[in-house]
Design a protein around this ligand. Structure first.
Ligand code: NAG
Ligand code: NAG
Ligand code: NAG
Ligand code: NAG
Length: 436
């Protein structure tokens, strides 16, 4: 009975597993929160205000990779940014109407685009948490580097009527500059309190908050990752589905190189400007990333799985990569080699989704044309079975992008015909309804 339910689950996964909204069942509270803490604000005198803007990644497994965030917003009025620390705007814009000579503002654009400064920025140009080139770690991988901050001095502002003249008009149309994220308008929240010593808190004069959420559906049309499978009990190699990430030669598919082609044509990709468009080895699936799940060994009370993540992208190293796997047996993960692990979804008996990432100084970087691998030993539970595709992951995400799974009717089957997956698929579906 259980396996028929599973077959149906797989069917559902195949047809419509990509989230259409921003809701992510693996990380329901995940968001990026932008906070504006006013450090000086002279409402009467209309002198420029100083604000510390911080960006907090509250997502368990999604991170912001290079080229990093590019935060933009639209000013409500004629605001100008006199100066910044820890970040800079990409353009100064037309400052001819404000200031003179050497004292022109940093930015006079109606819609500034703020970018983080690179690592190694001189100390006097930094604020705490700045200067990581726009990279934000996921909360699980490193909560120490999951936030960013910059300070700016803003002048020429008007006061909002609906605040009774107590706060500046709020900017709007916030954008992270990272595909897939949409941001709310700013709202006034309780002022941020910061502990300065054992007994004392100081508080911001005024705090605004913006929440940005992610949707893979909005991020990109094409997947960037696929799953293949093998087992010790079957000769079948289930490769990634054909055209998982595009078909060779058709427009949305990545540029590809065949194995016999030589290196020289490869564009020189510097470390500073990672190309966003992948260049991959030519393959049936055309994905930059392939996750291979191998059911390796059977023991009396345990079974062993080998997971290999291969990077087919010739123009890209994935630093701080992560992998999210959903499998009902993860709650009995007994031993794991060469990856870090943390369960993500844990409530009641429901504990089937976990996050894997590389070990520091060992395999935290997935190199271009390279791979990382791990083996895990899982304890067999009462529902354990090699049949019905139970031994394969239900969902796989690489760096927060859901991977394309092979169709369930192609999964390796047990040699003695014990599998529920032999035979026609529609028949199984029919059987499911009959059984229910
Ligand atoms: C954003 O994330 C924080 C931290 O997990 C959470 O407290 C807050 O409710 C979230 N906000 C929204 C709008 O989801
Ligand atoms: C955001 O604020 C702008 C300007 O105040 C307003 O026009 C817009 O409707 C607001 N959007 C939402 C979603 O509330
Ligand atoms: C990836 O890392 C390797 C080794 O550190 C380096 O040689 C190579 O240039 C890097 N590639 C890219 C695209 O950054
Ligand atoms: C979930 O699985 C992890 C790893 O196997 C385990 O440490 C944790 O206690 C489990 N949580 C629940 C609620 O079962």
């Amino acid at each position: 009975m259980g396996r028929f339910v599973f077959v149906l689950l797989i069917l559902m996964c195949c047809s419509s597993s990509r989230f259409t909204g921003a809701y992510d069942p693996i990380d329901p509270n995940g968001n990026i929160t932008i906070v504006w803490d006013f450090q000086s604000l002279d409402v009467a005198g209309m002198t420029p205000y100083t604000v510390m803007v911080s960006i907090h990644n509250y997502q368990m497994y999604r991170h912001i990779e290079r080229p990093g965030w590019r935060l933009s917003w639209s000013w409500a009025g004629k605001e100008v940014i006199w100066s910044t620390t820890g970040a800079e705007t990409t353009e100064q814009g037309d400052c001819s109407r404000v200031g003179s000579g050497g004292s022109r503002p940093h930015c006079c654009q109606k819609r500034p685009v703020m970018v983080d400064l690179p690592p190694g920025t001189p100390y006097n140009m930094q604020v705490a948490n700045c200067c990581r080139g726009g990279v934000l770690s996921s909360l699980v991988q490193s909560d120490l580097t999951s936030a960013a901050a910059f300070q700016m001095v803003v002048g020429e502002f008007a006061l909002a009527r609906d605040s009774g003249g107590k706060e500046p008009e709020k900017p709007w149309q916030f954008d992270m500059g990272v595909p897939g994220y949409t941001c709310s308008n700013a709202t006034t929240v309780a002022p941020t309190r910061i502990k300065v010593d054992k007994n004392r808190y100081v508080q911001a004069l005024l705090t605004w908050q913006v929440t940005c959420s992610y949707s893979q559906y909005r991020a990109s049309a094409a997947p960037s990752c696929c799953v293949s499978m093998t087992t010790f009990y079957s000769e079948t190699i289930v490769d990634c589905p054909r055209c998982s990430c595009g078909c060779q030669g058709s427009p949305p598919s990545p540029q590809c190189v065949s194995v016999d082609q030589q290196q020289p044509w490869l564009p020189a990709v510097g470390d500073d400007e990672p190309s966003s468009a992948p260049i991959v080895w030519c393959s049936e699936h055309m994905c930059p990333i392939r996750v291979h799940w191998h059911v390796k060994t059977n023991y009396r009370k345990y079974w062993r799985v080998k997971v290999t993540v291969s990077n087919y992208n010739l123009a890209r190293n994935y630093s701080d990569w992560n992998l999210v796997l959903q499998h009902p047996n993860l709650r009995s993960l007994t031993q794991l080699f060469s990856f870090n692990y943390r369960p993500l979804v844990e409530y009641g008996a429901y504990n089937d989704t976990g996050m894997f990432w590389g070990l520091r100084y060992y395999n935290e970087m997935l190199l271009q044309d390279g791979n990382v691998q791990s083996e895990m030993i899982l304890e067999k539970e009462s529902d354990f079975t090699y049949s019905g595709g139970w031994a394969f992951p239900r969902r796989v995400y690489f760096n927060g992008q859901e991977c394309v799974m092979p169709p369930a009717d192609q999964y390796p089957v047990l040699p003695n015909g014990a599998s529920a997956l032999r035979g026609h698929f529609c028949f199984l579906l029919l059987l499911f309804f009959v059984v229910v």
